[in-house]
Design a protein around this ligand. Structure first.
Ligand SMILES: [Zn+2]
Ligand SMILES: [Zn+2]
Ligand SMILES: [Zn+2]
Ligand SMILES: [Zn+2]
Ligand SMILES: [Zn+2]
Ligand SMILES: [Zn+2]
Length: 290
């Protein structure tokens, strides 16, 4: 269209120049053999449905003729948007010529402007990254933001080896999420001796104390315990020397523990038996003497 306009302007300029040049001959002669000098005037513009008409009139002699202007391929379009373009999909518009009714479709390019909103959050753990998932409100486009792993373990501890008086124990820490472990020593515990190895150094008896050595089976530490004397035990009396009419007897009670100690007590002397009745006053006289 612009190109045609320029052509037309160029033509008009040329005509004007030609007229100035021809004026002399057209004006000076009698009009019989001058060169016509036509000026174009569009008397009816062409449209997309109707031909137009241009009239050419000679400036010098007034001679004129008309010429048809062909149907124009320039339409007067009115635009109607059928579907709006989105971030990822082209839209479509319909152009209808208000003059001839010609309809053409026009593509409205996708905008590329996504509208992202946060749809899902996966929390990170000590070792695994988390993420934030964003989705476009209008299309299927997504993108993810990585949330780095925290590196912070959640430990639970337990005693995996009890300490003794001689060897340290072990405490194990384990992450409940990823299973990562580390250990710590539990110091030697001197309250954990086991004095179960016994050795009698000396047996106790009735009068002397005994001794027992108790040794820890882990570290060799030992204690010596004193067992007090048992003391004698006198329970069974036996006659050592029976009593007679002449002298008291003796009972002895030996210590039950066979230590040889004994206690004594007297058995009363037996009474002198009554003399047998005798025939004679002399005997009776003696009795009274005792
Ligand atoms: Zn003329
Ligand atoms: Zn048209
Ligand atoms: Zn989108
Ligand atoms: Zn962990
Ligand atoms: Zn010990
Ligand atoms: Zn005794």
């Amino acid at each position: 269209m612009k190109h045609k306009k320029q052509m037309r302007i160029a033509a008009v300029v040329l005509l004007a120049l030609a007229m100035v040049f021809i004026l002399a001959s057209c004006g000076s002669g009698d009009g019989k053999n001058h060169k016509h000098n036509y000026i174009e005037k569009v008397t009816k513009p062409a449209t997309c449905v109707e031909e137009g008409e241009a009239t050419y009139t000679c400036y010098g002699c007034g001679d004129s003729y008309t010429q048809t202007i062909p149907v124009s391929d320039i339409h007067e379009y009115k635009k109607v948007v059928l579907t709006e373009a989105t971030c990822d999909k082209d839209g479509e518009a319909e152009l209808t010529c208000t003059v001839c009714g010609k309809v053409v479709k026009e593509v409205i390019p996708a905008t590329g402007n996504h509208m992202f909103t946060l749809k899902e959050t996966v929390q990170p753990t000590c070792v695994e990254d988390g993420k934030e998932v964003y989705k476009c409100e209008y299309c299927e486009s997504t993108f993810e933001d990585i949330i780095p792993a925290t590196g912070k373990h959640t430990y639970e501890s337990s005693v995996t080896k009890e300490p003794t008086c001689a060897t340290p124990g072990v405490k194990t820490f384990k992450c409940t999420v990823c299973g990562e472990t580390y250990t710590e020593d539990i110091p030697v515990d001197l309250n954990k001796h086991e004095y179960t190895k016994e050795e009698v150094l000396r047996h106790e008896n009735c009068t002397e104390a005994g001794q027992i050595k108790r040794t820890c089976i882990h570290c060799g530490d030992f204690t010596v315990e004193t067992i007090p004397p048992t003391g004698h035990s006198f329970t069974k009396w036996t006659v050592y020397r029976p009593a007679t009419t002449e002298a008291p007897g003796e009972e002895r009670c030996y210590c039950d523990h066979d230590c040889g100690m004994y206690e004594t007590r007297e058995i009363p002397q037996l009474p002198t038996p009554e003399p047998e009745p005798q025939d004679g006053p002399a005997e009776g006289g003696q009795t009274g003497g005792n």
